[in-house]
Design a protein around this ligand. Structure first.
Ligand code: G6P
Length: 612
């Protein structure tokens, strides 16, 4: 979603900002812009399209300045055109602003400002905010930072903002509520961004703003205060992020790199947490809350998108292994439907980015109702891990491709460890099964590696189906969430309409769609539901559907019915998602590349959805 990068210091701001915007491209956006302060002038350039379009547009223009800011916009209010792109001017064009988030009360503010004579050049909520700030600035005769503080006190909604003033070329103001802001602290220079990726190559020292905090960088000094005017001491943290982790490293796309990283990232998600030889399993994050988990009458899982699918796998795992009832909720529905929550409920919030607005709001709601909240997140230090009572990081490393791959498998691995630890604590698993599963888990990275070796065959298969208009993904039991995730991957990046369904449920609707042009991808690995899935395959074949089956190595039965099979190494039924999702990721990837789609930044999608 929208990206922010700003610089103030001794270097030229423009190259840093543009490079930073490119590092933020993965978040998803549809226009970009910059503002640069130079010799009392503020130059703003903005363009619909990609950062490269902005660069072309800015060529030959005044690009000097040691202070500036840039933005990639993912449209919410107003279509993605040049006019609505950020930065936006205040009425008198003294101030300008970039903004992530949504100002919910913008319409009322806009009306009030119009009646005072303000005119607006865009359809955005953001422009209203900077006009409002300027209105206060003149009316109250206060400093810009004070005007910002007063204005934010009146704002309903979410924001991460950066503001510059023509009158004050040594000053940069940033603020946050429910949308992240990181300040990078260099030597006599500062960087501001919506995540650390534009900052990491310049400094490892960062300050994460908390909600309702305003950062003022003025003449080389950073001060932080709350919108209630309380001064805070900035807490400087060291970034763990490595630069290589956010670069493509020889792969054509981040998504492919991330798919290939999975043997390593799954291992990283378990590293130090289990040892099959000694039967040791310890999730540090849940140690303190083990009792809460074990005694929970119910576990509620809240998430969105791919993380929701990981949550569905966790439902099967937790019910299966721990005998605790689990509900998996779309965070966006949960937060608005007055859910019933008890103090002995445990809520697990799953999020790659740790910033998803709906998931964050669901956490706040559950907290208010007294539930214990546990986070499973990938981005260290993000808002969700900071809002939860406890949690476990997935340690998959930065995921840049918008379509989630390695984050999903790391989430599933971590959730499996959590389920195993609770099951052991509750005594709902035998020691033998526990040990077997630990051993199997340790073997997963090698099995994923084995699937990756089939990339060429999967690519050939993708070539056969590249022109499909629809696809159906079927699975039962642990294969069902995988079917959903496989379908999501295909639609996200190739724009082929795809649906995931429980295999048996197919006959209650989707079966009507099946004809000889319809690819039906079936998770048909050996396990509890195998025979049932075989029957479902026959139902598809009877209607001439084209079966692509994910089968266990050595399978003979499905092979006789399916049009194509992809073999995966045998593993325990409950660990099948970790291995069976890999060929589906590759299949979608190759189809999308062959269709000429922008794999890493699919249209309309955002990596980090910071608006509801
Ligand atoms: C967006 C992304 C998805 C992701 C979802 C939830 O829609 O495009 O890939 O699964 O948000 O994000 P989270 O960061 O909370 O896992």
């Amino acid at each position: 979603m929208c990206g922010i990068v700003a610089y103030i210091g001794k270097r030229q701001a423009y190259p840093i900002i543009v490079k930073g915007l490119q590092r933020l491209e993965y978040r998803g956006y549809d226009s970009a812009g910059v503002a640069l302060l130079h010799q009392g002038q503020m130059n703003i350039y903005k363009k619909a399209g990609k950062v490269t379009d902005l660069i072309k547009f800015a060529e030959g223009k005044e690009l000097n300045g040691n202070i500036g800011m840039g933005h990639t916009r993912w449209a919410t209010h107003g279509e993605p055109n040049d006019r609505n792109a950020h930065p936006h001017w205040s009425e008198s064009t003294i101030f300008s602003i970039i903004h992530n988030g949504i100002i919910e009360n913008y319409a009322a503010l806009k009306e009030a400002l119009k009646s005072k004579g303000h005119t607006f050049t865009s359809d955005t909520d953001t422009e209203v905010l900077i006009h409002f700030i300027e209105d206060i600035y003149y009316a109250e005769k206060v400093s810009l930072e004070e005007a910002v503080r007063l204005a934010l006190g009146e704002i309903v909604g979410a924001y991460a903002i950066v503001i510059l003033s023509k009158q004050d070329p040594h000053k940069l103001i940033a603020a946050r509520r429910a949308s992240p802001i990181v300040v990078g602290v260099g030597t006599d220079e500062f960087f501001v961004a919506s995540d650390a990726s534009p900052i990491v190559e310049y400094t490892k020292n960062v300050v994460y703003l908390n909600d309702n905090e305003i950062a003022l960088i003025d003449n080389g000094k950073l001060t932080v205060k709350t919108i209630e005017n309380q001064v805070k001491t900035p807490y400087i943290q060291e970034l763990e992020l490595q630069l290589e982790a956010i670069e493509k490293g020889g792969y054509d796309h981040f998504m492919l790199k991330e798919i290939y990283e999975q043997p390593r990232s799954i291992w990283d998600s378990m590293r130090g947490r289990l040892d099959a030889k000694t039967g040791h399993l310890r999730m540090g994050g849940i140690a303190e809350f083990e009792g809460k988990f074990a005694n929970a009458k119910r576990i509620i899982i809240c998430a969105c998108g791919t993380s929701w699918h990981a949550g569905l796998v966790a439902e099967y795992l937790l019910e299966d292994l721990c005998r605790i009832p689990v509900e998996v909720e779309y965070a966006s529905e949960f937060r608005y439907r007055n859910p019933v929550l008890f103090e002995d409920d445990v809520v697990i919030a799953i999020s790659q980015s740790g910033e998803t607005a709906d998931t964050l709001a669901a956490i706040e709601l559950a907290k208010q109702k007294g539930a214990t909240i546990f986070g499973v997140c990938n981005v260290v230090g993000a808002s969700i891990p900071r809002a939860t009572h406890a949690g476990a990081y997935t340690h998959a490393g930065p995921e840049i491709g918008v379509a989630s791959t390695k984050a999903f498998t790391a989430q599933v691995a971590v959730l499996t460890l959590i389920a195993l630890q609770i099951a052991q604590k509750k005594g709902t698993i035998t020691e033998t099964r526990f040990r077997t599963l630990l051993t199997e888990l340790e073997a997963i990275p090698a099995k994923v590696e084995a699937v990756l070796k089939q990339n060429d065959a999967i690519k050939e298969l993708a070539a056969r189906y590249v022109d499909s208009n629809n696809a159906l993904y079927l699975g039962r039991g642990y294969g069902f969430p995988v079917a959903l995730e496989g379908a999501l991957k295909l639609k996200e990046i190739s724009y082929i309409h795809a649906e995931g369904y429980p295999a048996a449920e197919m006959k209650h609707g989707p079966i009507a769609l099946i004809d000889d042009a319809m690819p039906v991808v079936v998770i048909a690995t050996k396990g509890a539901n195998f025979e049932k899935v075989v029957s479902n395959i026959q139902e598809v074949k009877a209607r001439k559907g084209r079966i692509i089956a994910i089968v266990t190595e050595g399978d003979k039965e499905v092979r006789t019915m399916a049009d194509h099979v992809i073999e995966i190494p045998e593993t325990d039924d409950i660990l099948v998602p970790l291995v069976s999702v890999i060929p589906l990721q590759l299949f979608s990837y190759h189809i999308a590349v062959m269709r000429g789609c922008n794999v890493d930044q699919p249209r309309n999608l955002a990596k980090s959805v910071t608006v509801e």
